[in-house]
Design a protein around this ligand. Structure first.
Ligand code: HEC
Ligand SMILES: [Cu+2]
Length: 319
């Protein structure tokens, strides 16, 4: 409850139907627990005062063993309270895993977690991206979640509850946002050295803006224009292409083991973490392990300053 760095980025300020449903369940359990604590405390204080030893009275109170009435009472009341809690909790949890409706052609996204980054694929749109999941507002987006290595968990506190991503199987959930904005996401399952920094963002956009983003992503402008960018592409081809893919150029590699860098200039964070600017980009490329311990991106501190500058110019031209 108190662990989030920004005060309103929590489950207590939901920005969509899924998040609101979760908050309702959380509040119901808080009310029930508050009620139980209050009743128990009241009885406790009453008993402390009412039955404490009176001055001059050393008699031993009447000894009672086993009371059918009390035993029944404190067994039945918790059962009733748990039943009141269980019904909405289960209903909500199962509704979050609801299947995408076949007839309506909903937006589906395949989410694959990797140590320590996120891959987002839109199978019906033919788009692949990383670290930032774009979604349209006011629409349920159906996620199919899986992992490439160990168990991770997908969590965007403002939008929905947590869901595990397991290697070799697929879990389903839907999310929705009713306001445009950038929502912070975290990996919520200890997955290795870089776990605490395995951040991502959900970028919710009005439907038109989202459609524009899709168009742009389908026809990315990744041809270098300036001399610097051209030289940067060379450096990229030699050093980075074995892992990273950029669509829209000839260099369509497998690139499954590292984030797809198409449209990189438009991401507002690098590796889900650092503000996207030239300084941080250089810091990341030179010493990624200092930014995110355990990361599988190798260090490129051996590149000359000129190569580095060209590379930055090229990457920041990818729209
Ligand atoms: C051995 C494979 C590998 C090579 C080679 C490699 N990278 Fe990476 N790169 C990765 C991985 C894995 C990540 C994800 C790191 C993470 O977030 O844990 C990454 C992340 C990045 C990111 C952040 C992406 C994002 O979505 O925010 C950038 C930028 C990047 N690499 C640039 C480069 C450049 C430039 C080169 C060449 C100089 C390069 N990489 C070479 C594996 C590689
Ligand atoms: Cu993880």
């Amino acid at each position: 409850m108190t662990g989030c760095e920004e005060p309103d980025r929590t489950v207590f300020s939901p920005k969509g139907e899924a998040g609101e449903g979760s908050l309702d369940v959380i509040m119901l359990s808080i009310y029930i627990m508050t009620f139980v604590v209050a009743v128990v405390l009241a009885i406790f204080i009453y008993v402390l005062i009412r039955y404490r030893q009176k001055p001059g009275d050393n008699s031993i109170p009447k000894q009672v063993e086993g009371s059918m009435k009390l035993e029944m009472l404190w067994t039945v009341i918790p059962i009733i309270l748990l039943a009141i809690l269980a019904v909405p909790t289960l209903t909500h949890t199962f509704s979050l895993a609801e299947e995408a409706p076949k007839d309506e052609d909903p937006l589906r996204v395949k989410v694959t977690a990797h140590q320590y980054w996120w891959e987002f694929e839109y199978p019906d749109l033919g788009i692949k991206t990383a670290q930032q999941l774009h979604i349209p507002t006011d629409e349920k987006v159906y996620l199919e979640l899986t992992s490439d290595d160990v168990i991770h968990a997908f969590w965007v506190p403002e939008l929905a509850g947590k869901q595990d991503l397991n290697p070799g199987s697929t879990n389903k959930m839907w999310i929705d946002a009713d306001e445009p904005g950038t929502y912070e996401g975290r990996c919520a399952e200890l997955c290795g050295a870089g776990h605490a920094l395995m951040n991502f963002q959900v970028v919710a956009q009005e439907k038109e803006d989202f459609d524009k983003w899709v168009e742009k992503r389908k026809n990315p402008s990744s041809e270098p224009k300036t001399a610097e960018q051209k030289a940067g592409k060379e450096v990229f081809t030699q050093n980075c292409m074995s892992c990273h893919a950029i669509d829209g150029t000839q260099m369509k590699t497998k690139g499954e083991k590292a984030p797809n860098l198409t449209g990189f200039a438009e991401r507002n964070k690098i590796a889900g973490l650092l503000e996207n600017n030239d300084e941080n980009l250089e810091k990341w490329m030179k010493h990624p392990e200092q930014v995110k311990p355990g990361t599988y991106m190798p260090s490129f501190d051996f590149l000359s300053d000129e190569d580095m500058d060209n590379l930055k110019a090229y990457l920041q031209s990818l729209e």
